[in-house]
Design a protein. Structure first.
Length: 258
């Protein structure tokens, strides 16, 4: 893309977000992931919205196949779209929403920019809490005309709304990889998975993100929230439905679509 085309796409996406609408994919799109992320940074700068953390997606080979990605992807979580469980989200304004149950990690220590790679031990020590969560992913491009993944990255990797649930009991000692995760719709179980669906373990997702940001001269701040990828695949919600995500036996996250 030329610098002008990149600015134009960033402007279109920022306007679409402010106005809550979708746009047809323009002819000139990012050529690769790096260009997509560069456009996303310009979109974030134009919006000026507070960032609460990061989402990571495509954390399994199956999700990468479905999303047409070759590696995990990342996008910002905006504070204005983060709510606590139980949450109510109006369905009508949503743009091709997809519901996903995800382990959320909240940092209580920063992982600042540096030259040396992060270790798994350092990253895990920065985690202050592992929480149950629901992502309602959205896309500013219509689902029936989706462009290449590089353009989805320009759109913040399909970021949307995030529902934050309670802390997963005993998360630091528990086997989060083996933890069952289920999504219920109006009391009926519709999707099942486990913590290992997030890159083998949710903590590995945080390490991947910390390294991806480090290589760009960026870092993570104390208080950041990291959504670690779906453990239950993807499900389209309907207006009036009530969702409940279960993480193990004692962590529940509730979301209703008004």
């Amino acid at each position: 893309m030329t610098p002008e085309a990149r600015r134009d796409l960033a402007g279109l996406l920022a306007t679409a977000r402010r106005e809550g609408r979708q746009i047809p994919p323009p002819h000139d799109l990012p050529e690769d992931a790096e260009e997509g992320y560069a456009v996303a940074e310009e979109v974030a700068a134009l919006l000026g919205w507070e960032r609460r953390g990061w989402k990571v997606a495509a954390t399994t080979p199956e999700m990468q196949r479905r999303l047409r990605a070759t590696e995990p992807t990342r996008g910002p979580i905006y504070a204005r779209f983060v709510t606590d469980s139980p949450a109510v989200v109006p369905h009508a304004p949503l743009l091709d929403p997809i519901v996903e149950c995800e382990v959320l990690l909240r940092l209580d220590r920063p992982l600042p920019p540096r030259e040396a790679p992060w270790t798994a031990q350092e990253v895990e020590a920065a985690i202050g809490a592992a929480l149950g969560g629901i992502e309602v992913a959205e896309c500013r491009f219509p689902m029936d005309a989706l462009p290449a993944m590089s353009a989805i990255l320009a759109d913040g990797a399909g970021n949307g709304h995030y529902v934050v649930g309670p802390e997963i009991p005993g998360w630091r000692e528990a086997d989060l990889a083996a933890m069952p995760v289920a999504l219920e719709v109006d009391g009926v179980r519709r999707r099942i998975g486990c913590g290992a669906d997030a890159m083998g373990h949710p903590f590995r997702v945080l390490l991947w993100l910390a390294e991806a940001l480090r290589r760009r001269g960026e870092g993570l701040a104390a208080g950041d929230l990291v959504s670690t990828g779906t453990c239950t695949g993807m499900l389209r919600p309907a207006r009036g439905q009530r969702m409940r995500a279960r993480f193990g036996d004692d962590c529940k996250v509730d979301l209703a679509f008004a």
